[in-house]
Design a protein around this ligand. Structure first.
Ligand SMILES: [Zn+2]
Length: 98
């Protein structure tokens, strides 16, 4: 599959920088699982975007059988499938988790 010719832009309003990270959490209903994306962000907006993802995660209501992990930081590899994205625990360790 060809990569999109359009750059992915940071979700932060008025930022406009190319996004380099995806903030997402692993969601599962017991049979299927997927990455639930909270934001695509540039490096400068990472801490702010991550904090808002954590806040959103806290308000998310799950039904019986659903699980949703804490948000994580993933390298945004264009054209790569979600499950192939590399997680960045080194970056997550530098961010406030609540
Ligand atoms: Zn940004």
């Amino acid at each position: 599959m060809p990569m999109s010719p359009y750059p992915v832009i940071c979700y932060t309003p008025r930022c406009g920088a190319p996004a380099v990270y995806k903030i997402a959490a692993r969601w599962s209903d017991g049979t299927t699982n997927e990455l639930k994306t909270y934001a695509l962000t540039c490096a400068a907006c990472l801490a702010k975007s991550f904090a808002s993802a954590v806040a959103k995660r806290a308000t998310c209501r799950l039904t019986v059988g659903e699980t949703l992990d804490a948000p994580g930081v993933y390298d945004l590899a264009r054209g790569a499938r979600d499950r192939a994205l590399a997680r960045r625990p080194d970056l997550e360790a530098q961010l406030p988790s609540s």
